[in-house]
Ligand binder design. Sequence first.
Ligand code: PGA
Length: 263
Amino acid sequence: MKPERGGFIGANWKNANMTTARAERWAIEFNGENLKLITKPDLQIVLFPPMSAGYVLRKLLQELPQTKSFGESGSFSFGGQDIAHVVGDKERLTGSHHPRLLRDLGMTYVLAGHSERRIYAGETDEIVKKKLQAAIDSSLTPVLCVGETLEEYEAGKTLDVVSRQLSALDVIPDERRQALTVAYEPVWAIGTGKSATPEIANRVCQFVRKNGRVRRVIYGGSVTAENAGSYFDKEDIDGALLGGSGENPDSFYKIARAAADRL
Ligand code: PGA
């Protein structure tokens, strides 16, 4: 039990998969009755949908009688997958999300530095730092993602890489870090079916907690309904960031249930 920190389960729905039709199906298939079993004041459950699916999902979850409580429960929130790093009223942000748009969709969290943004959109630590600042300035709670590539892992550079990526937190004063979550997601484990062992994940999460001085540290990378419990049992792992497993309402529920029981 780690009651002083609470748990965090995030579902990062991939853009390529989550069409509005699929988001609608997810909302309908998700059994609202199960919500009661996974709702706990110290367990945060956050869905990070693509913007279009986010709109549909939020509306649906408010309207469906069996999932109405979803929106009303303080433990459930929505978050954006990305935020613009140049923010202001005059900036024209073609293609990137102004925090106002995230708030407009009822989002209160936002991911920053997911490896898919670092790799495919060329986001540097400097850009990630600006995103953290933009999130904090607009009262969104950022979830910073860190993690090494396979090459860096094999070269034994995991902690060096993670330490460099954590420097993005420099913009956040210590008293505000207490509200933050960092996700350790080794790049080689994301979407590959090759998860880090709970021991490795725990060691890096412990390093992140000590060096990042944040409240919660979670693991992400091929977490499934079958292996989730083995992470949650580890002392320094406070939850998970899910990709594929969060897109399936059944495995999402099972993982959230394991978190509610163990964290
Ligand atoms: P995965 O993705 O669970 O499918 O490996 C994790 C993520 O993208 O955060």
